[in-house]
Ligand binder design. Sequence first.
Ligand code: ZN
Ligand code: ZN
Length: 354
Amino acid sequence: MTRIERLADLLDEPLLVAGPPYILGGQANVRYLTGLASSNAAVLVEPDGSAILYTDFRYANRARGIPGVEVTEVARGLIPAVGELLSGRRIGFEEQHLPHALYRALVEAGVDAQPTSGLVEGLRAVKDAEEIEALRRASALSDEVFAALAEERFSGRSERELAWWIERSFREGGASGVSFEAVVGAGATAASPHAVPGDEPIDPGVLVVVDAGCVLDGYCSDCTRTFAVGDISERLHELYALCLEAQLAGLAAVATGVAGRDADAASRGLIEAAGLGWAYGHGMGHGVGLQIHEAPTLRPESTDVLEAGNVVSVEPGIYLPDEGVGVRIEDLVVVTDGGCERLTRFAKELTTVA
Ligand code: ZN
Ligand code: ZN
């Protein structure tokens, strides 16, 4: 069955999946269903499996080559134009991906617009073989870049300089872009999980958190390693060892049928037992695919249950602002029946850089 047919099976009424400008989730859904990468497209999927792909002049030629969809070229103002074509009909729309102004445009055009949520995201959460191959290739490039990074000198260079080095290396390695701006956080910078790289030279004796990913064939990689710059204190060694132990426990807990919150608890329990539960203030992981954050989630409040073919990150961290230190270790894995398969394979023993 095609992806459109699998979506159609879930529908009682037609669903408009829209990727208007700046709405990345909607764009990823259109790309998932049709293969069309476009910042201005929508696909109407009927319960019988037929589909109309709407897009403007800029994408129409590429759209016409896509099998299984009929193409209708519309004006640049996509949603109002589609609304006029669908006037008088009852149509589902994705409430997460349609801004209120565009919802109003549909209603004003006479569409009986009904909110839906997470239908395509639910399909996207379970990757097919082709998607897993793309994620494997993106992760392999990430491994190469991390291996090359480990040969670079860190001390005396700035976080920003190293972040740019990483992003350039991804592009030179064939990536179409980065899946998010590379994070390089040395010492106190890394005490914030979403550290912003700065311009100060990095000193020896600190831990440096590097979280980076690329986009290859539309799919994202996501990997974090924490490096030691020269000799580090016993305390930093202990924190690294604790984070690694928690990460391995998280990996060991991931398998088909396991609740996202239980996988999270496997890593969190060890950090809590060390008295540092408060310093692990984010979830253990998230799904990764066409987008860097997608279903399912692995965190204390998650209601997701892992399925074979989910691709998720496993990334416990410890952040101690008072000590000026952060540590995080992250792998991307495919969930399998008995456990999981790691896609990011760069070493996790503490790597010391110059
Ligand atoms: Zn990451
Ligand atoms: Zn991540």
